[in-house]
Ligand binder design. Structure first.
Ligand code: GLA
Length: 773
């Protein structure tokens, strides 16, 4: 709900409020955080006698110096010595810019962008219009999403003057908050360890972060949070911020003098410059701001609700997603139709629903050196073409999906031979390769048209129900002949990509698209507007996934995270882990398998069948339930606990996992704070199984006969028989679960063993069903 009362504007969600007060020709940010009864006098900054060394802004505003004010829009080079969200160079070379408020208007519904993705179904939006030096106009747009406790912001700049101006920095927002001594968490990493939480104290100065690879990048996700130092998952004040954008981004928290900090984010200004001709407008990406008093989980709930209800297209928001088998780690490039059909048959037998053909089906692509840009099927590998293969896969009883990487071109491709100039390169410099490939110039409409046409044709050529849209390199050598200011390259490239996606999605609304970029290199709200789910990471190692999925969950719900069970030793870490743990962790996302199911011993096939049956039974809850972090793998003896809870709190599933097994350790009681305190619950673990080879020579201590634990007999038995693990069953009220917690059975610690012992080897995990009696 947005309200304007003369010199006070209130933007309120169910639990948060953003309040602005008129101050001369500007508006002061009075408060953003928990919802309050605002009082203009109580909240306004008091400056009566001024402070030493101040530069006083304007005579008609008394002793006001901008440095003391909380401002959503700052005049530049007028005494606000913090960095400002907007920086322009006017035609006369000056960067001094002043602003005067003109109007504030409340509109119903969403502010719709024609070129950038945006959040749908806002309740209302507010447009605050200012005019400025050089005929510039700024519209600050605020949208409210009450039930998600989210307010979004963006900035639109229009050149209403007679001559062009240059935008050097045009972020989506700046927000000034009192500095109570907060901490900042960003989510950083690289290929394979994506979105690990990085914590820093917000000491005086500028704390900047972002990406400049051309995409949102695995180096630093656009999501970040700031919070009271003592905030926990359950308690404390936490702010969350994100951008609905997939290109280079920049975020900063500047702790300045006078107990204030300025938070800002938007398009990365490094390498950015935008020429705004008379009559033109520039629109910054929409930014998400949220606040919760209920700790980091409270803040994450807001982000999750926002993504589920306002980012992911309505078509897919609550549609249960299929369990897939992807052939990549089973075959890499080395496959043919016979092998694929064999995989599909086995997949069907264990209960999988969708078969995904990954890289290598087109052109001469037998390695990652060739073929990107071409879309002709490799008939040597797939003699009946895609349509024929899809038909046969459908006949087996599975849906058919396919991998594509449309934004790229290989030098060894027909497309490159015909249009070498479509690959991004700067004049006179040999372009650098990434994964042997070049980037297509998406700034150019003819290149966008080519991709749209090829992909539309491809998707209509066979019965394809799923697409994995990949993008496997960072941008470099940026230059487009279509631009007169090359500072516009990165953002124009992303806008080109968005046009491609808009047009393709509009034609194929029923195809499920999964985003991917070297794993999780482009996991952002912009992509999620088109792709309801994203390949979280190429790294499917169970221990790594505990950290990657935990980190990702701060800003994104589990329904956006694609998670696969893969083979061991794991292809990214060479680590061994129990197959049941791999499932337990992957089941807290969109489940898939990525291994050669034709080579699995019969015992593992039975395990897969049971896992998939369990997932199907709990799919709605696991994919769309409210997700909470209870213990983090980054702390507490590397123990991870996640909980999903149904909307009516009648059902929940807990995932409990350890990192490296530690002898002689008691685990913390299982405390579940997000259930209904008055309900009586039945708590029971999923029946899991363990490979007896895990015991090594210790099996002789338990068996009546002596065996060679490395001998053939043990392998034969182990391939057909798995040991059934302990069963635990409790009945407890929600208040016990919330405040005391259940003490689980003792874990194995080499002092003995019974059918009650929790066998938790390295990376051991369990799932617990929690059902209201
Ligand atoms: C990327 C993806 C992988 C796989 C390969 C295929 O690395 O992240 O999942 O699709 O490309 O080349």
């Amino acid at each position: 709900m947005i309200k304007i009362d003369d010199d006070l504007i209130s933007l309120e969600t169910e639990n948060t409020g953003y309040y602005l007060g008129k101050r001369g020709n500007l508006w002061e940010t009075l408060h953003y955080g928990a919802k309050i009864h605002p009082d203009r006098l109580a909240l306004t900054e008091k400056i009566d006698s001024g402070y030493g060394t101040d530069v006083v802004y304007r005579e008609d505003m008394g002793k006001d110096a901008l440095l003391h004010l909380s401002l959503d829009l700052s005049p530049t080079h007028k005494g606000d010595y913090r960095q400002t969200a907007l920086d322009v160079t006017l035609a006369n070379g000056s960067s001094v810019c002043d602003w005067t408020f003109v109007s504030a208007q409340i509109n119903e519904g969403t502010w719709q962008s024609e070129e950038l993705p945006f959040a749908h179904e806002a309740e209302q939006h507010l447009v605050m219009t200012y005019t400025g030096t050089g005929g510039l106009q700024v519209d600050l747009v605020y949208s409210v999403f009450p039930e998600a406790d989210v307010i979004t912001r963006r900035m639109i700049l229009t050149n209403a003057g007679q001559v062009s101006v240059i935008l050097n920095r045009a972020l989506s927002y700046q927000l000034d908050l009192p500095n109570y001594g907060y901490q900042l968490s960003t989510f950083t990493g690289a290929w394979a360890p994506e979105r690990h939480e990085s914590v820093r104290d917000l000491t005086n100065g500028r704390h900047a972060f972002g990406s400049s690879t051309g995409t949102s990048s695995h180096y630093c996700n656009p999501f970040f949070m700031i919070y009271q130092e003592d905030a926990t998952e359950e308690t404390g004040a936490v702010y969350g911020f994100n951008l609905i954008y997939s290109g280079n981004h920049f975020g900063q928290v500047e702790v300045g003098p006078y107990q204030k900090m300025r938070v800002m984010a938007g398009i990365q200004d490094d390498g950015f410059s935008w020429t705004l001709e008379p009559g033109q407008s520039f629109e910054s990406p929409e930014a998400m701001l949220t606040f919760s008093k209920a700790g980091k989980n409270g803040m994450s709930q807001n982000c999750h609700n926002f993504v589920k209800h306002h980012i992911v297209s309505k078509n897919w928001a609550s549609k249960e997603r299929p369990i897939l088998l992807n052939n990549w780690e089973a075959t890499y490039f080395d496959f043919n139709q016979r092998k694929l059909l064999k995989l599909a048959k086995e997949a069907k037998e264990v209960g999988i629903e969708l078969f995904v053909l990954d890289d290598g089906w087109f052109g001469q692509r037998n390695s990652d050196t060739d073929g990107l840009g071409d879309y002709d099927v490799n008939l040597k590998k797939l003699p009946s073409g895609l349509a024929g293969l899809a038909k046969q896969i459908n006949k087996i009883g599975l849906d058919f999906g396919i991998w594509i990487e449309p934004e790229m071109v290989s030098v060894k491709s027909k497309l490159y031979q015909e249009h070498p100039d479509w690959a991004v390169s700067a004049p006179g410099i040999e372009p650098s390769l990434g994964r042997h490939q070049l980037v297509l110039d998406l700034c150019r409409p003819e290149v966008q048209d080519y991709i749209i046409e090829q992909i539309n044709q491809l998707l209509s050529s066979a019965n394809i129900s799923y697409v994995k849209w990949d993008m496997n390199r960072h941008l470099s050598d940026i230059f487009s002949p279509s631009l007169s200011n090359q500072g516009q390259f990165y953002h124009s490239w992303v806008k080109g990509l968005y046009r491609i996606l808009r047009e393709i999605m509009a034609k194929h609304p029923d195809i499920l698209f999964e985003g991917c970029s070297n794993g999780g290199n482009r996991f952002d709200l912009g992509m999620l507007c088109y792709f309801p789910q994203i390949w979280t990471s190429d790294n499917t190692d169970v221990y790594e996934r505990m950290k990657i999925q935990t980190g990702t969950s701060y800003g994104y719900p589990q329904s956006t995270m694609s998670c696969h069970v893969s083979d061991v030793p794991n292809h990214q870490t060479l680590r061994n882990s129990p197959i049941e743990s791999r499932f337990d962790v992957a089941s807290f996302g969109i489940l898939g398998y990525e291994l050669d199911v034709t080579k699995l011993p019969s015992a593992d096939k039975k395990i897969l069948q049971a896992q998939i049956a369990y997932y199907k039974e709990h799919r709605k809850l696991l994919q769309f339930g409210s997700f909470y972090r209870l213990l983090s793998p980054f702390k507490m003896a590397e123990q991870t606990r996640w909980l999903v809870v149904a909307e009516d709190k009648g059902q929940a599933v807990l995932m409990d996992a350890i990192g490296r097994s530690q002898p002689n350790q008691e685990s913390l009681p299982v405390r579940l704070p997000y259930l209904e305190v008055d309900y009586l619950y039945d708590i029971c673990n999923r029946q899991e199984q363990l490979d007896i080879r895990q015991f090594g020579s210790l099996m002789n201590a338990a068996l009546p006969v002596k065996v060679n634990h490395q001998g053939l007999a043990v392998h034969v038995v182990a391939d057909h028989y798995r040991m059934t693990l302990e069963k635990e069953n409790y009945q407890a009220y929600g208040d016990l679960l919330a405040h005391a917690g259940i003490k689980l059975n003792q874990a194995f610690t080499a002092t003995g063993f019974s059918d009650k012992t929790r066998l938790m080897p390295d990376y051991g995990a369990r799932l617990y069903d929690i059902i209201k009696k």
